[in-house]
Design a protein around this ligand. Sequence first.
Ligand code: ARG
Length: 430
Amino acid sequence: MKKTEMKRVVLAYSGGLDTSVAVAWLREQHDVEVVTLTVDVGGGSLREGVERRAMSAGASRAYVVDARERFVTDFVWPHLQANALYQGAYPLATALARPLIAQLLVEVAQKEGADAVAHGCTGKGNDQVRFDVAVHALDPGLDVVAPMRVGMGLTRDQEIDYAAERGIEIPITKASPYSIDVNLWGRSCETGVLEDPWLAAPPDAYEWTVAPSDAPEPVEVTITFEGGTPVALDGEFLPPVHLVDRLHSLGGAHGIGRVDHVEDRLVGIKSREIYEAPAATILHTAHRALEGLTLSKDTLRFNRLVADEHARLTYDGLWFSALHRDLRGYVASSQRVVSGEVRIRLDHGAAVVAGRRSPLSLYDRNLATYDEGDAFDHASAVGFIEIFGLPLRVEAARHGAVGKHHGAAWAWTPPLLANMPASVKDREAT
Ligand code: ARG
């Protein structure tokens, strides 16, 4: 909704064809000055010559911000600590970058005294929701314009003509058969032949990972965590972005992190997406393994609920909600003891936990062992079971033993031997 006459707009600018055309379109249709903001979130998201292209499209100023480190530490790590995978599958790479970009849009808009921000999302996806909602949460005074949603609907060829007529420099990439979004945490690929969920994704849908069957001999990597965040690989301490990049290359070479997912979009549509997230897959696997060693049974159970909620809030663009902030506080606190090392074997597309250890481990070998040195008091199990099983014994006494009610709608499996032919019984007996 337009509250005031717009004078200056900050556009989230990828440097692609759509957003290049959007610069000119905004100027012509809305008679505004356009400032562009390009955010480098890694993974090849920063295209060459964006600044020059923005100016050629008519921007009055072009910001290019390297936000990779902030992306990892403030967005990716909290999500990793929470084990948040949307619908148990998608590591949320695209969804995690949106609140960061929205935050920077607002920062630039405030600095530039702009009255609105703009983005190149269509009216069918999740990203428009994420941008709009995040911007309004951070600065309710800013308008949000999405040219693709309100009239700029041009085909690719029309966009190319539109740009040519205005002397706008456009990227010289050939049209991809897919719609792709990348950042250092993952690559999202949809549309084209992928829209048939029965069809296997063709090899060209993948760019970061080799086919698992083409992967070389398995290798092992040791990941060190401190307080729930990864800090070192094979004993070498690395800055966050380097650590992710290193696992990205290593995992990709071993075919790790391909996800073929039919997911439920926020706008009510089911859509099929192919994800590649080698670093995310390795780190999520390792992190969960270390939690299994260092967190109590109850904390683990509760964290699974939090993980689902965290993933939903991220996917739905509610990163800047109070609920998310408070859940994050809980997660951060739970992570204080998640320190230690995990060995992961990268084996033809699978990231397999090979070992884990921690100075804060709750695993006690003397209690677990079946060998010498067993410290567990076997005899005390009798009393424990007596009390633990009490409700079931009362139930059986009052309502009848479960096995006696076969035939009733709620019955468990009927007795097996009674229904067996004699020959089977005989064979069982011998
Ligand atoms: N479905 C994912 C999400 O909503 C990724 C969307 C990214 N866009 C794309 N062109 N593949 O987070």
